[in-house]
Design a protein around this ligand. Structure first.
Ligand SMILES: [Zn+2]
Length: 240
Protein backbone atom coordinates (compact mmCIF):
# COMPACT_ATOMS: atom_id res chain seq x y z
CA UNK A 1 0.00 0.00 0.00
CA UNK A 2 2.74 2.43 1.07
CA UNK A 3 4.76 1.36 -1.93
CA UNK A 4 1.87 2.15 -4.28
CA UNK A 5 1.33 5.54 -2.69
CA UNK A 6 5.03 6.31 -3.04
CA UNK A 7 4.87 5.31 -6.73
CA UNK A 8 1.81 7.51 -7.39
CA UNK A 9 3.37 10.50 -5.66
CA UNK A 10 6.57 10.02 -7.65
CA UNK A 11 4.67 9.88 -10.94
CA UNK A 12 2.74 13.06 -10.13
CA UNK A 13 5.95 14.76 -9.07
CA UNK A 14 7.78 13.80 -12.28
CA UNK A 15 4.87 14.96 -14.46
CA UNK A 16 4.71 18.29 -12.59
CA UNK A 17 8.45 18.76 -13.08
CA UNK A 18 8.38 17.70 -16.71
CA UNK A 19 5.42 19.79 -17.81
CA UNK A 20 7.26 23.14 -18.14
CA UNK A 21 10.02 21.38 -20.10
CA UNK A 22 7.44 19.70 -22.36
CA UNK A 23 5.67 23.02 -22.93
CA UNK A 24 8.99 24.57 -23.86
CA UNK A 25 9.64 21.80 -26.38
CA UNK A 26 6.07 22.07 -27.71
CA UNK A 27 6.60 25.75 -28.52
CA UNK A 28 9.95 25.36 -30.31
CA UNK A 29 9.52 27.00 -33.66
CA UNK A 30 12.66 25.66 -35.28
CA UNK A 31 12.68 22.04 -34.17
CA UNK A 32 10.41 19.02 -34.33
CA UNK A 33 11.49 15.54 -33.32
CA UNK A 34 10.03 13.75 -36.32
CA UNK A 35 8.84 14.37 -39.87
CA UNK A 36 9.29 16.97 -42.60
CA UNK A 37 9.14 20.39 -41.10
CA UNK A 38 9.67 23.92 -42.45
CA UNK A 39 9.99 27.15 -40.50
CA UNK A 40 11.98 28.77 -43.27
CA UNK A 41 13.37 27.43 -46.52
CA UNK A 42 17.16 27.52 -46.88
CA UNK A 43 17.91 29.44 -50.09
CA UNK A 44 20.00 32.29 -51.49
CA UNK A 45 17.14 33.41 -53.75
CA UNK A 46 15.24 36.52 -52.77
CA UNK A 47 11.96 34.71 -52.34
CA UNK A 48 9.73 34.40 -49.28
CA UNK A 49 6.45 32.67 -48.49
CA UNK A 50 3.44 34.56 -47.20
CA UNK A 51 1.01 32.65 -44.97
CA UNK A 52 -2.24 33.56 -43.25
CA UNK A 53 -3.60 31.74 -40.22
CA UNK A 54 -7.18 31.00 -39.20
CA UNK A 55 -10.40 31.73 -41.00
CA UNK A 56 -11.89 32.15 -43.46
CA UNK A 57 -13.30 35.18 -41.66
CA UNK A 58 -14.97 38.52 -42.33
CA UNK A 59 -11.81 40.08 -43.75
CA UNK A 60 -10.80 37.24 -46.08
CA UNK A 61 -12.27 38.89 -49.20
CA UNK A 62 -10.29 42.07 -48.46
CA UNK A 63 -7.13 39.96 -48.18
CA UNK A 64 -7.93 38.36 -51.56
CA UNK A 65 -8.41 41.78 -53.16
CA UNK A 66 -5.06 43.04 -51.80
CA UNK A 67 -3.24 39.91 -53.01
CA UNK A 68 -4.90 40.13 -56.45
CA UNK A 69 -3.81 43.76 -56.85
CA UNK A 70 -0.23 42.80 -55.95
CA UNK A 71 -0.32 39.69 -58.19
CA UNK A 72 0.62 37.40 -55.29
CA UNK A 73 -0.32 33.80 -54.48
CA UNK A 74 -0.11 32.96 -50.76
CA UNK A 75 -0.86 30.07 -48.40
CA UNK A 76 -3.98 30.11 -46.19
CA UNK A 77 -3.99 27.83 -43.16
CA UNK A 78 -7.73 27.46 -42.55
CA UNK A 79 -9.65 25.67 -39.80
CA UNK A 80 -12.30 23.05 -40.50
CA UNK A 81 -14.84 24.75 -38.26
CA UNK A 82 -14.55 28.04 -40.09
CA UNK A 83 -14.53 26.44 -43.55
CA UNK A 84 -17.73 24.58 -42.74
CA UNK A 85 -19.29 27.83 -41.52
CA UNK A 86 -17.97 29.90 -44.45
CA UNK A 87 -18.07 27.70 -47.56
CA UNK A 88 -18.46 30.65 -49.97
CA UNK A 89 -15.46 32.49 -48.58
CA UNK A 90 -13.45 29.25 -48.65
CA UNK A 91 -14.44 28.69 -52.28
CA UNK A 92 -13.33 32.19 -53.24
CA UNK A 93 -9.86 31.64 -51.69
CA UNK A 94 -9.51 28.38 -53.64
CA UNK A 95 -10.88 29.93 -56.86
CA UNK A 96 -8.30 32.73 -56.61
CA UNK A 97 -5.61 30.05 -56.92
CA UNK A 98 -4.11 30.31 -53.44
CA UNK A 99 -2.62 27.39 -51.58
CA UNK A 100 -4.71 25.91 -48.77
CA UNK A 101 -3.20 24.45 -45.63
CA UNK A 102 -4.75 22.53 -42.74
CA UNK A 103 -4.89 24.44 -39.43
CA UNK A 104 -6.88 21.76 -37.54
CA UNK A 105 -10.63 21.44 -37.13
CA UNK A 106 -11.29 23.34 -33.90
CA UNK A 107 -8.06 25.23 -33.23
CA UNK A 108 -7.32 23.54 -29.93
CA UNK A 109 -3.68 22.95 -29.00
CA UNK A 110 -2.78 19.42 -30.14
CA UNK A 111 -0.57 18.61 -27.17
CA UNK A 112 -1.57 16.47 -24.17
CA UNK A 113 -4.48 15.14 -26.29
CA UNK A 114 -5.42 11.60 -27.27
CA UNK A 115 -4.13 10.16 -30.57
CA UNK A 116 -7.74 9.74 -31.74
CA UNK A 117 -8.52 13.40 -31.10
CA UNK A 118 -5.38 14.56 -32.92
CA UNK A 119 -6.05 12.31 -35.91
CA UNK A 120 -9.62 13.49 -36.23
CA UNK A 121 -8.60 17.20 -36.03
CA UNK A 122 -6.25 16.66 -38.98
CA UNK A 123 -8.30 14.25 -41.07
CA UNK A 124 -11.67 16.00 -40.84
CA UNK A 125 -10.01 19.21 -41.96
CA UNK A 126 -8.20 17.60 -44.90
CA UNK A 127 -11.53 16.05 -45.91
CA UNK A 128 -13.38 19.35 -46.03
CA UNK A 129 -10.52 20.96 -48.00
CA UNK A 130 -10.81 18.14 -50.56
CA UNK A 131 -14.62 18.32 -50.51
CA UNK A 132 -14.32 22.00 -51.43
CA UNK A 133 -12.47 20.88 -54.58
CA UNK A 134 -8.91 21.79 -53.63
CA UNK A 135 -6.42 19.59 -55.49
CA UNK A 136 -2.99 20.78 -54.31
CA UNK A 137 -0.70 19.43 -51.60
CA UNK A 138 -2.09 20.07 -48.12
CA UNK A 139 0.48 20.91 -45.44
CA UNK A 140 -0.30 21.21 -41.75
CA UNK A 141 0.23 24.08 -39.34
CA UNK A 142 -0.57 23.21 -35.71
CA UNK A 143 -2.79 25.64 -33.77
CA UNK A 144 -0.54 28.01 -31.76
CA UNK A 145 2.41 26.29 -33.48
CA UNK A 146 2.52 23.72 -30.67
CA UNK A 147 3.44 20.07 -31.18
CA UNK A 148 4.92 17.37 -29.01
CA UNK A 149 5.29 13.69 -29.80
CA UNK A 150 2.19 12.07 -31.29
CA UNK A 151 1.27 14.86 -33.75
CA UNK A 152 4.67 14.97 -35.54
CA UNK A 153 4.84 11.17 -35.54
CA UNK A 154 1.35 10.86 -37.02
CA UNK A 155 2.02 13.61 -39.62
CA UNK A 156 5.23 11.93 -40.73
CA UNK A 157 3.55 8.49 -40.89
CA UNK A 158 0.86 9.94 -43.15
CA UNK A 159 3.34 11.96 -45.25
CA UNK A 160 2.06 15.35 -44.19
CA UNK A 161 4.54 18.20 -43.83
CA UNK A 162 4.48 20.67 -40.95
CA UNK A 163 4.87 24.38 -41.69
CA UNK A 164 5.65 26.95 -39.02
CA UNK A 165 7.19 30.41 -39.62
CA UNK A 166 10.18 32.59 -38.84
CA UNK A 167 8.59 36.06 -39.06
CA UNK A 168 5.28 36.68 -37.27
CA UNK A 169 4.89 40.39 -36.57
CA UNK A 170 1.36 40.30 -35.16
CA UNK A 171 2.17 37.58 -32.60
CA UNK A 172 4.16 40.26 -30.80
CA UNK A 173 1.73 42.19 -28.59
CA UNK A 174 3.90 45.31 -28.71
CA UNK A 175 3.49 45.40 -32.51
CA UNK A 176 0.03 43.91 -33.03
CA UNK A 177 -1.99 47.12 -32.93
CA UNK A 178 0.42 49.37 -34.82
CA UNK A 179 0.41 49.24 -38.60
CA UNK A 180 3.74 51.08 -38.98
CA UNK A 181 5.49 48.76 -36.50
CA UNK A 182 4.16 45.67 -38.28
CA UNK A 183 5.48 46.92 -41.61
CA UNK A 184 8.88 47.90 -40.21
CA UNK A 185 9.35 44.71 -38.20
CA UNK A 186 8.59 42.57 -41.24
CA UNK A 187 10.89 44.52 -43.56
CA UNK A 188 13.76 44.29 -41.04
CA UNK A 189 13.39 40.63 -40.15
CA UNK A 190 12.76 38.83 -43.44
CA UNK A 191 15.58 37.02 -45.15
CA UNK A 192 15.69 34.81 -48.25
CA UNK A 193 13.46 31.79 -47.62
CA UNK A 194 11.48 33.34 -44.75
CA UNK A 195 7.97 32.16 -44.00
CA UNK A 196 5.89 35.12 -42.87
CA UNK A 197 2.77 34.58 -40.76
CA UNK A 198 -0.03 37.16 -40.55
CA UNK A 199 -3.47 37.03 -38.90
CA UNK A 200 -5.75 39.14 -41.05
CA UNK A 201 -9.06 37.29 -41.06
CA UNK A 202 -10.96 39.20 -38.41
CA UNK A 203 -11.92 42.83 -37.90
CA UNK A 204 -10.23 42.73 -34.46
CA UNK A 205 -6.84 42.49 -36.15
CA UNK A 206 -7.32 45.48 -38.44
CA UNK A 207 -3.71 46.70 -38.04
CA UNK A 208 -2.44 43.54 -39.78
CA UNK A 209 -4.91 43.99 -42.61
CA UNK A 210 -3.98 47.64 -43.15
CA UNK A 211 -0.29 46.69 -42.92
CA UNK A 212 -0.63 44.01 -45.60
CA UNK A 213 -0.44 46.19 -48.76
CA UNK A 214 2.49 48.11 -47.28
CA UNK A 215 4.28 44.91 -46.26
CA UNK A 216 3.91 43.55 -49.79
CA UNK A 217 5.09 46.82 -51.27
CA UNK A 218 8.17 46.99 -49.04
CA UNK A 219 9.09 43.33 -49.67
CA UNK A 220 8.76 43.80 -53.41
CA UNK A 221 10.81 47.02 -53.17
CA UNK A 222 13.53 44.95 -51.43
CA UNK A 223 13.50 42.67 -54.48
CA UNK A 224 11.66 39.75 -52.86
CA UNK A 225 9.36 37.45 -54.76
CA UNK A 226 6.40 36.88 -52.41
CA UNK A 227 4.70 33.54 -52.92
CA UNK A 228 3.08 30.47 -51.35
CA UNK A 229 4.93 27.82 -49.31
CA UNK A 230 4.60 25.22 -52.09
CA UNK A 231 5.85 27.62 -54.73
CA UNK A 232 8.77 28.68 -52.53
CA UNK A 233 9.72 25.02 -52.06
CA UNK A 234 9.46 24.46 -55.83
CA UNK A 235 11.37 27.52 -56.93
CA UNK A 236 14.19 26.85 -54.46
CA UNK A 237 14.45 23.23 -55.62
CA UNK A 238 13.44 21.55 -52.36
CA UNK A 239 11.94 18.12 -52.24
CA UNK A 240 8.54 18.17 -50.58
ZN1 LIG B 1 -4.24 29.86 -35.53
Amino acid sequence: MLKRLFFAVTVIFVIALAKPALLHIAHLRNWQWRGAFHHHIPTQQRAIALTFDDGPGPASDSVLAILARAGIQATFFLTGTEMSREPERTARIIAAGHEIGNHSWSHQALIFRSPAFIRSEVERTDSIIRAMGYKGTIRFRPPFGTKLFYLPWYLSQTNRHTVLWDVAPDLDLSLRFHTDSLVQFTARNVQPGSIILLHTMYDSVSASLSALPRILHSLQAQGYKVTSVGDLLNTTGHRH
